[in-house]
Design a protein. Structure first.
Length: 137
């Protein structure tokens, strides 16, 4: 699959995440250089190891819903960096729980379109009031 922009790759990333779609998730990642840091996790390097980490996450029967906010985008001809606030909802037996994760997603344009080279996610501080910074190009 070819992503015509970093934004298309990011949209596909969160769609695959919500659907626990490992195959779709792995289409987004760069084949040569990639790093992923899940919340509270270690740095995972390389597409194969990243795939194993997503497989373990998707093995849990949890349905997550994402709403992204407070985007901050740096973009150029060959690279893009997106900082987003992941507002995550999960339905549990006692109701819907929400959490906020701050994520940095980086993309590189390759011959076959834009690919993710970095996803770094960290829980937002409990008192976090991140104000929208806007878009930078």
């Amino acid at each position: 699959m070819e992503f015509g922009s970093a934004q298309e790759a990011e949209t596909a990333f969160y769609a695959a995440f919500q659907m626990s779609d490992l195959e779709g998730m792995m289409l987004i990642w760069d084949d040569h250089e990639a790093v992923c840091i899940h919340p509270f996790g270690e740095r995972i390097e390389g597409k194969s190891a990243i795939g194993q980490s997503w497989q373990a996450i998707f093995a849990h029967d949890v349905q997550l819903r994402f709403t992204l906010s407070d985007p901050w985008v740096f973009s150029g001809d060959s690279h893009a960096i997106h900082l987003v606030r992941e507002n995550i909802s999960v339905e549990e037996s006692d109701g819907v729980k929400t959490m906020v994760v701050l994520a940095t997603n980086a993309y590189r344009r390759a011959d076959d379109g834009w690919r993710m080279i970095l996803h770094h996610a960290s829980p937002a501080p409990a008192d976090s009031n991140v104000a929208p910074v806007g878009r930078m190009h």
